[in-house]
Write a protein that binds this ligand. Structure first.
Ligand code: SF4
Length: 381
């Protein structure tokens, strides 16, 4: 189910009256002109968490208009998105999933669409397409926000079959989505039991934005479900304005249960394309939330979200030498997903691209591919 109770949604399949009521509610937040724009986007799928609505109000009361504006851009569609709603072709996405299907094929098990696999020893398992809010920059934009129920049995069968017949085994299962915390506690409990019962599985990671978008989801009951069964939780966070007192409290409660908390931050034009903003974000995560920043991520190519793209040369400048201005453990590695399934190139904290094997060429960069040994991928600037 879409998380309707705690968010304001506008969807093409809504009855016109309900859609209009929700646009009216959003009008108080975005103003009548923007509300009119949204009204005209007949195919738009949007979901604004109530928690964000409250947070924006608090930021404005404090006079932090820039913070409120950044938050707004993460969830309110702009006309620059167009009407794009492109289905993912064979599970191929900007992270490079779907380019290695042959490599990971099993004779009697077609690789299920909700398994995303770049590396032999780990898989991303899409367990839900719902989220607490729909992010406008989401690289799974064409999938997120749908309410389609996912039958997880074929994917779990695939992992089981791989681990009983192939080496290396899949030892690391990354629960992703949508957002895995949109599943009910009972479903999540059952899923974790099934995953841990697969021979060879040694680690479960969980990707989520719920601590940011709906921290009230982090209940005692949920912590009981996760306790000892999720090794690492990766929290998706883009801007210091997203960090609320409720989020800090939720993260600390998870940390006290022994869940290791790390973060992913996509670099986004108009939201966090500013070095001081990024430093404040990483430091607040580290010092207040018990979240150690893991990755800052170069924009993942996504139709309908290209207005968020920052040229790689600019991203490199944003991140270069940050460890000289921020405590080392608070500085995430900067990573780039290479085109055509070339893999995730981790350039770490760095001083100069000449020291890390990237070559500047006409129109972009040549970057060594971790998955195609000896090959450089061209990455346009
Ligand atoms: S929470 Fe994650 S999956 Fe969901 S819309 Fe945002 S970026 Fe996409």
């Amino acid at each position: 189910m879409m998380d309707k109770e705690s968010a304001i949604g506008v969807f093409p399949w809504m009855p016109e009256k309900k859609r209009e009521q929700n646009i009216q509610k959003l009008s108080a937040l975005v103003g009548p002109e923007k509300a009119g724009e949204i009204r005209g986007m007949k195919n738009v799928r949007m979901l604004v968490p109530e928690h964000f609505v409250r947070l924006m109000g608090q930021l404005r009361t404090k006079g932090d208009e820039a913070g409120a504006e950044a938050l707004l851009k993460t969830v309110i569609p702009s006309v620059e998105e167009g009407e794009i709603d492109v289905p993912v072709e064979c599970g191929r996405d900007g992270m490079g999933s779907g380019y290695h299907l042959q490599e990971f094929a099993l004779p009697d098990h077609e690789q299920p669409w909700n398994i995303r696999r770049l590396y032999p020893d780990r898989v991303i398992l899409i367990v839900s397409l719902s989220c607490a809010g729909i992010c406008r920059y989401c690289f799974r934009k064409s999938e997120s926000g749908h309410t389609r129920h996912i039958d997880l049995a074929p994917a779990l069968d695939y992992i089981r079959a791989w681990n009983t017949s192939r080496e290396p085994k899949i030892r690391d299962v990354i629960l992703s989505g949508g957002d895995p915390l949109s599943l009910s506690d009972t479903k999540l409990d059952d899923l974790l039991t099934q995953v841990w019962n697969i021979p060879g599985v040694e680690c479960v990671r969980l990707d989520t934005k719920y601590p940011v978008t709906r921290p009230a989801r982090i209940t005692k009951r949920l912590l009981d479900v996760l306790d000892g069964r999720v090794n690492i939780m990766i929290v998706h966070v883009t801007h210091p304005a997203e960090i609320s007192e409720e989020m800090i409290d939720a993260c600390k409660r998870m940390a006290r249960r022994g869940i290791v908390l790390r973060s992913h931050t996509p670099l986004l034009r108009g939201i966090n394309d500013n070095r001081e903003t990024l430093k404040q974000l990483f430091w607040t995560l580290f010092s207040k939330c018990a979240v150690t920043p893991l990755y800052a991520i170069q924009f993942v190519e996504t139709p309908g979200a290209t207005h968020f793209r920052i040229p790689l040369s600019e991203s490199l400048e944003l991140m270069r030498g940050m460890q000289n201005e921020l405590s080392g453990p608070a500085v995430p590695n900067f990573i780039i997903y290479l085109p055509d399934g070339g893999g995730k190139y981790d350039i770490g904290p760095f001083e100069d691209i000449d020291t890390i094997g990237i070559r500047k060429v006409e129109g972009g960069y040549e970057i060594p591919s971790p998955l195609y040994p000896g090959k450089h991928s061209f990455y346009p600037d």
